[in-house]
Design a protein around this ligand. Structure first.
Ligand code: SAM
Length: 287
């Protein structure tokens, strides 16, 4: 079912037992999770709304998200259309924790934040829930049709301190040192989404992984001048392989000039969610 090279790579990086556990979880059913919009509803009220469907909290986003015991028809729910919650894959909500860590270290009011690869808006809406009105979020998506969906989701979330743009990452280079925090949730080979997305399995190959890793480096290098010295980058992918994850983090540290403050993988079968990788990096002064 999965490509042989992918299975071998998983065994090499995780060891045979751990790889088997993750691979068999990848053949199972994905979890469904929702994150509340605190400007519109409390977490308690959202749980009450879902009644017996409301399940365990998402451990790394316990003040804003929980699992559902089954997948309801969200499109029939007025609260979904009102932006009272966002249906978001659980592992990726870890970005909220890294964002809080970056905020606490910077200790600054009125942050300028960039979400560079933002559609359809999972991270954008989460970041908005973690920002006050004095801060600004620029949510960018290079593909125009996807930027439209992003803008719709942002409008539903109901915040005024956000601008949606549709530019190539290189367009941000001229905003030298403007952003305090940037999130690059990069386009990737999608290994972590294999159980949700059959197309990701069909399109996977070692060459795709290498192309994705090279594209990620290009995106990172292009926007890098716009991050303030001492500012934070949250780099994430929904893939497992070291080329797009650890090796790209090493490359950011070495070539762009940053210190890696934290890095974490999420694996189906070990964590309740899809495969996800996230790293928190701090840009060196003078770069
Ligand atoms: N952050 C989003 C969320 O939480 O909903 C998911 C982002 S998805 C993993 C990656 C995004 O990068 C896609 O929307 C894709 O269109 C965009 N993308 C593709 N190629 C790109 C490029 N060369 N530069 C910047 N973004 C790109």
């Amino acid at each position: 079912m999965f490509p042989a090279e992918f299975i071998n790579e998983m065994r090499d990086s995780l060891g045979p037992e751990r790889a088997e556990r993750v691979l068999s979880a990848l053949a199972g059913e994905p979890a469904v999770s929702v994150r509340v919009n605190p400007r519109k509803l409390t977490l308690v009220a959202l749980r009450a709304h879902f009644g017996t469907l409301a399940g365990d909290v998402v451990l790394w986003a316990s003040d804003e998200a929980f699992y559902l015991n089954d997948r309801p028809s969200f499109t029939l729910d007025p609260l979904f259309h009102a932006g009272a919650y966002y249906v978001q894959e659980a592992s990726s909500m870890y970005v909220g924790q890294l964002f809080e860590r970056a905020k606490a270290t910077l200790g600054k009011e009125a942050l300028r934040v960039l979400d560079l690869c933002a559609a359809p808006g999972g991270k954008t809406t989460q970041l908005l829930s973690h920002l006050d009105d004095a801060s600004l979020l620029v949510a960018n998506e290079v593909v125009p049709s996807r930027a439209t969906i992003l803008a719709e989701n942002v409008a539903r979330w109901g915040c005024s301190n956000v601008a949606v743009t549709s530019s190539d990452p290189a367009a941000f280079a001229s905003f030298r040192g403007f952003f305090d925090i940037a999130v690059v949730d990069a386009p990737c080979s999608g290994e972590g989404m294999f159980r949700k997305d059959e197309r990701a399995v069909a399109e996977w190959s070692p060459d795709t992984v290498r192309l994705c890793a090279a594209r990620q480096r290009r995106i990172l290098a292009d926007f890098w001048p716009s991050l303030a010295p001492g500012g934070f980058l949250i780099y994430s992918t929904c893939t497992f392989n070291r080329f797009e994850d650890e090796e790209n983090v090493d490359w950011i540290v070495r070539e762009l000039g940053a210190a890696c403050r934290e890095m974490r993988h999420f694996y189906p079968g070990e964590d309740r969610g899809e495969g996800f990788f996230a790293a928190l990096l701090q840009k060196e002064d003078g770069r």
